[in-house]
Ligand binder design. Structure first.
Ligand SMILES: *[C@@H]1O[C@H](CO)[C@@H](O)[C@H](O)[C@H]1NC(C)=O
Length: 177
């Protein structure tokens, strides 16, 4: 009786000690800033084709993306001359093929990383090596994660005029009014 009471109080202490680690911002299993930073660095390893602690770029992408991965970006659709509002990639393998069959993105730098709503990560970035690299390209990726911590959706918007200029688009300014 004494022993089981002791064991029960030990268990109570353990749960009280453990709860601040598991519950952040009032959410169970909330993503930590450290985990978000690791995720962003692995995602960078896909974009620059260098891979990560999980393996090469393909192995990294297989691990960090949900099978129904979706990318949404009006900035990309603008550059492609496509109607706005649609998805730019639907499905993990389509995305991996698209990224790994294109040249690696060079000069990726991180400005800031935030966790929101426990399962979303905001990555504010500056790409310094796209095309000619003449203009820096700042943008934001908003990642929404599934219950397993894989990226389900990426919504990204960036300075698509700078991207266009770095990759050879001609900008024609409107006549001044
Ligand atoms: C990535 O790896 C998978 C097998 O895990 C393979 O089927 C696919 O072709 C690879 N994709 C690229 C772009 O290398």
């Amino acid at each position: 009786m004494k022993f089981s009471l002791f064991a029960a109080s030990l268990a109570l202490v353990a749960s009280v000690v453990a709860s601040p680690l598991q519950v952040r911002n009032g959410c169970p299993n909330c993503l930590s800033k450290e985990a978000a930073t690791t995720l962003v660095n692995r995602f960078i390893g896909v974009l620059d084709h260098a891979g990560s602690d999980l393996g090469d770029a393909n192995a990294t992408a297989q691990a960090i993306l949900d099978n129904n991965y979706q990318e949404i970006s009006d900035s990309i659709l603008s550059l492609e001359g496509q109607p706005l509002g649609g998805v730019t990639f639907q499905g993990k393998q389509e995305y991996i093929g698209g990224v790994l069959n294109a040249p690696p993105v060079e000069g990726i730098t991180t400005i800031r990383i935030y966790v929101a709503d426990c399962n979303s990560v905001l990555w504010y970035w500056n790409f310094l090596g796209v095309g000619s690299g003449q203009y820096e390209i700042k943008g934001f990726n908003l990642f929404t994660l599934n219950a397993a911590g894989q990226i389900l959706t990426t919504e990204l918007e960036f300075n698509s005029i700078a991207w266009g200029l770095d990759t050879g688009y001609q900008i024609i300014f409107p006549p001044s009014s």
